[in-house]
Design a protein around this ligand. Structure first.
Ligand SMILES: [Fe+2]
Length: 164
């Protein structure tokens, strides 16, 4: 397998590992059982991607990543900081899903060999399903408004709010 393709697969694996770690963090702060259940399910999907893509990398004689890289540590750290409760956890994961949706979309456009294409396409569909559920959850719960903490921060920065 082309070295470029192996690198592309390893990047997807690293991002799937990061998303799995982020879901773990986000699930830990959620109280809503439906969200917890979905986050557990999505985490499993990401881990399955890690295992299945890793298989192809190994077959090419390369050891796939098994721990978070620098970007993964940042994603996990950001998710830990941003996730305070259900709403902020879902919004943080929406950002992470955007990254993984884009990464899979780029991989599909990168001209992967035929034997990998269906696997990457299937994973991309998982990512689209994750994003679609998150978008629905945000709408359903009325979280599709500017985050109150951002409004507060802006008011503070403009000096229109006195410090308590
Ligand atoms: Fe995902």
């Amino acid at each position: 397998m082309d070295e470029k393709i192996i690198q592309c697969l390893n990047e997807l694996i690293a991002l799937d590992l990061a998303c799995a770690a982020a879901y773990e963090v986000a699930r830990g702060v959620c109280k809503d059982e439906e969200i917890q259940g979905k986050f557990a399910e999505f985490r499993e999907d990401h881990l399955r991607h890690v295992a299945e893509l890793g298989e192809h990398v190994r077959r090419a004689g390369v050891e796939p990543p098994s721990a978070l890289d620098t970007k993964g540590v940042i994603i996990q750290g950001f998710t830990t900081l941003a996730s305070q409760e259900d709403r902020t956890a879902v919004l943080a994961m929406r950002g992470n899903e955007e990254l993984s949706n884009n990464a899979y979309a780029s991989a599909l456009q990168a001209g992967v060999p035929e034997e990998l294409r269906s696997l990457i396409a299937a994973n991309f569909e998982d990512e689209r399903r994750h994003m679609s559920w998150i978008r629905g959850a945000v709408l359903l719960r009325g979280w599709d408004v500017e985050q109150p903490e951002l409004r507060e921060l802006s008011a503070e920065a403009r000096g229109t709010r006195r410090a308590a």
